[in-house]
Write a protein that binds this ligand. Sequence first.
Ligand code: OOG
Ligand code: NI
Length: 266
Amino acid sequence: MNYKTFFEMLWQDYIKIAPQAMRVHDLFTHLGETVINDHVAFRTFSDCSIDLDHLQPVILAMGYTLQDHYTFEQKKLVARSYSHPDEEAPRIFVSELLRHRLSEESQRILESVVAQIDPGAVDGPEIFAHGLLWNPVTATDYDTLSAESEYAAWLVSMGLRVNHFTVSLNHLRSLKGMQQVIDLLQQHQFPINQAGGAIKGVPADLLVQSSTMADQTEMTFSCGQTRTVPTCFYEFAMRYKNAGGELFDGFIASNADKIFESTHRT
Ligand code: OOG
Ligand code: NI
């Protein structure tokens, strides 16, 4: 699958559960902007047949190269980023929850979840829009996970699918700068992730980011109980050149740490 088809597939999956993304996209296009994606992100579990090591070959097969590695001690995550020689191909960021670092109770819940994944589940790019590869957990188990790791709760409820798209501010023409984008979003009542401030990072970091808070949906768990759960959010990123004149191609862990919180329950 070429990357264009891949991102079209992801976008269709994404706007179904994050209708805000289509509304923000429309808002930009009505202002005469062309929306180019800076990156998309996925989340997964460690030590299973959809872990980073299993997913990476599919990304590489679409022409991507591994760009960098990241560690998030507190959130018990690691991540990798990938970039593509084609300038308009969005970067890909994939993080993985280190299951063995969670409490025994959460490990037990997640073990029964990953045990249901087919060992050959990763057989092509379609896996990235698959959603749940397991049966829903109980609402009690969801609550247990959510109290310890919002990331774990998000992943068991949403499955393997794109977590956010990211508008490249470098490619906007009339909207100048992050604050102007945030002001526009707030005028239209889109909730902004305020963790660590609405704007994450400074130009000296070479990457400045901001994001909405995820849409929410009512979800029925295996016990028949329902919960309102976060789905997906939209991100905005502005990249800067280093002293050598090269556009920064990676991610900033301290920004990412706060972007993860866009799927926290409010
Ligand atoms: C990914 C958070 C990190 C970024 O741009 O730094 C990220 C996630 O929420 O899964 O997307
Ligand atoms: Ni992102």
